[in-house]
Design a protein around this ligand. Sequence first.
Ligand code: F6R
Length: 234
Amino acid sequence: MKVLIVKSDVEGGKEGYKVFADEKKNGAKVFGLATGSTPVTTYKEIVASDLDFSNDTSVNLDEYVGMSGDNEQSYRYFMQSHLFDFKPFKESFLPNGLAENPDEEVKRYDKVIDEHPIDLQILGIGRNGHIGFNEPGTSRDVTTHKVPLTQSTIDANARFFEREEDVPKFAYSMGLASIMKSKHIILEAFGAEKADAVKGMIEGPDTVDLPASILQNHPNVTVIIDEAAASKLE
Ligand code: F6R
């Protein structure tokens, strides 16, 4: 793992952007993307740049089950408003939250990933070390799967919905096996609340209890973290 420690998430965004720009120069055509607060500064740098993705493909990590892409809480909506509206890709894949048959949807998404092998995947990390929606204990052999959301995620999302029954209870997520197939992975983490997860990922045992520790086995990972997220490293 190459570990880059930066002063802030803004500086981290600049470093993240450089990795995208370098990989594009090297011929990367398929970009694995994440949502959440972490990649926002990298997307801002990309939006402000002259990088052109109109001949490229994006494949996102995850999406809520039962949610349409025009719902403001959906990951499709997040990607539109942070990146795609400014930097359109030739094609952008996300799991379809409204798919009628979940078994077929996960197979469809695995086929998307097989047909568009990811050159560069950007990841954030959860406080418990999750990547995508692969929570502690998730098998490392799984590809795309339907995941029950933890109660804390459901509770955190509840404020965005008028009715309790509208809060998503499941998500589709790329599995750890899907993520590990990416040729290059950038993992970004900013803030002290990520320090334990970052320490476990880099220095801790390689264990299913901290899903991101699987990245110790990947040959090409760039970790971009701020000083607060790096504060527990030896
Ligand atoms: C997002 C995703 C999640 C987040 C993680 C960190 O597509 O798959 O694993 O990367 O929960 O979230 P933030 O960046 O909001 O701290």
